[in-house]
Design a protein around this ligand. Structure first.
Ligand code: AMP
Length: 289
């Protein structure tokens, strides 16, 4: 499963992402965390992002797109992932579309956590107080002042993605004001329903596709057997109907399958010819004797 968690800072994306990781056995890709790791490690990207992040502004698109592009290509992302904090702008969303397309992948859903902004400020204040109590380091951008800036950039640059993904029929909006447990349950409910629908559609289309594929394959096998050179007449006779029977059986007993042996018919000619030639040769030999 490939998901995006969309929502303003403090909406609980990180918390919900961790729960989705457990449930769907996919990985969480948080650009915020990757950038913080880069800042800590003082890499070139980290040095570039440090002050921007501390001010509550967004890091340039090409930086985060580059990070995600590398990360998606890693083997642990094969089973699926949750993008947390990415994309944050329309150009990032477009870059992601292109990236997924180039890997032959698609998005399953974009889960939007809709929250009330004044409640977010209250949440952040509470979180900062709890972290300080536990003696944990508070993030530089986790202050009410910086949060106001981050909310402003969310409104201006990220909120347009709600429309972007709603137009592409990917958006699932969840009320992020419920308790953490309720939000988790609601996300799981909609995703499970989505998965069930996707499975049904996949099963239907594979049922529709399978007969044609199998019958073509089976007919091809029959053709190969029939045009195989000069096997004893008896084995030719006994094998051909079996192959045809197998072809029509494995073809799912559909009309298409019933029509398929046309290919096998055309291939009978060379097989018959081979048998004729063998018989002629045998006759000549007998006469010669
Ligand atoms: P987060 O932990 O997701 O709230 O991100 C923390 C900070 O990292 C943000 O305020 C931005 O400065 C930066 N950041 C994270 N993800 C992105 C992104 N997709 N685009 C631009 N900047 C980002």
């Amino acid at each position: 499963m490939r998901l995006i968690l969309l929502g303003p800072p403090g909406a609980g994306k990180g918390t919900q992402a961790l729960r989705l990781v457990d449930r769907y056995h996919i990985i969480q890709l948080s650009t915020g965390e990757m950038l913080r790791a880069a800042v800590k490690a003082e890499t070139a990207i980290g040095l570039r992002a440090k002050d921007i992040m501390a001010s509550g502004a967004l890091v340039p698109d090409e930086v985060v797109v580059g990070i995600i592009s590398d990360r998606i290509a890693e083997p642990d992302a094969e089973k699926g992932f949750i993008l947390d904090g990415f994309p944050r702008t329309v150009p990032q969303a477009e870059a992601l579309d292109a990236l997924l397309k180039s890997h032959g992948l698609s998005l399953d859903a974009v889960v939007e956590l809709r929250v009330n902004e004044s409640a977010l400020l209250h949440r952040v204040e509470k979180r900062v107080a709890q972290m300080s109590e536990r003696g944990e380091t508070v993030r530089l951008d986790d202050t009410p002042e910086v949060l106001s800036k981050r909310l402003a950039s969310y409104r201006a640059q990220t909120e347009p993605l709600v429309h972007y993904y709603s137009e592409r029929r990917k958006l699932l909006t969840i009320d992020g004001m419920m308790t953490i447990e309720e939000v988790t349950a609601e996300i799981q409910r909609v995703l499970d329903a989505l998965q069930a629908t996707e499975k049904k559609i996949a099963a239907k289309s594979s049922r529709r596709r399978a007969p044609a594929k199998t019958s073509v394959k089976a007919s091809a096998k029959a053709v190969a057997r029939q045009s195989a050179p000069a096997k004893p007449k008896t084995s030719q006779k006994s094998k051909t109907p079996k192959a045809a029977e197998k072809a029509s059986k494995t073809a799912g007993r559909t009309k298409t399958a019933a029509k398929r042996p046309a290919k096998a018919k055309t291939a009978k000619k060379p097989a018959k010819q081979v048998v004729k030639n063998v018989t002629k040769r045998r006759t000549r030999l007998t006469k010669g004797r």
